[in-house]
Design a protein around this ligand. Sequence first.
Ligand code: FES
Ligand code: FES
Length: 180
Amino acid sequence: MAVKTVHVHLKVNGKDVELDVPPNERLIDTLRYRLKLTSVKEGCGRGECGICIVLVNGLPRHSCLTLTAAIDGAEITTLEGLAPEGKIHAIQMAFLETRGVQCGYCTQGFIMMAKALLDKTLDPSYEEIKEWLSSTLCRCGSYHYYFAAVKLAAKYIKEGKIYFDEEEVKKKYYMRVVGR
Ligand code: FES
Ligand code: FES
């Protein structure tokens, strides 16, 4: 017997997408495997680690706990949608510059939480940052650095520095690694 599917229309990273999905398909699988947005990763698969967080209608949501068929009409933002082609968003830049990224497995979850927080306020208190970042786990223990990254990102955005040139950033970090 053919599997029944549900027709959904989403806006993903600014693009209209129409899909036929099984009613029990999780958003994480739609984004990662159907749409090839590989920043969206799975950790625990049960709402605990926060690594799969994406923005749905501007708010952070665990994509492992969300059924795609249940959010017909939603706007979704993943890490890939933070900056236009060839640019890096201020939050990504701040995460690079504060050097907290170790294995990097958790980083997209933290960046998406930071985006949701900074969309709400560019002057988050210590307690607010702690609360928002606490929904994601970092096995490498980079919390302190990620905290600093949120502060730095807020500063950049307030100064009007929303996007950075990707090629310039690559050169800067390449030079830092090779020492010339
Ligand atoms: S994979 Fe979704 S919260 Fe861990
Ligand atoms: S940098 Fe490794 S889990 Fe966070």
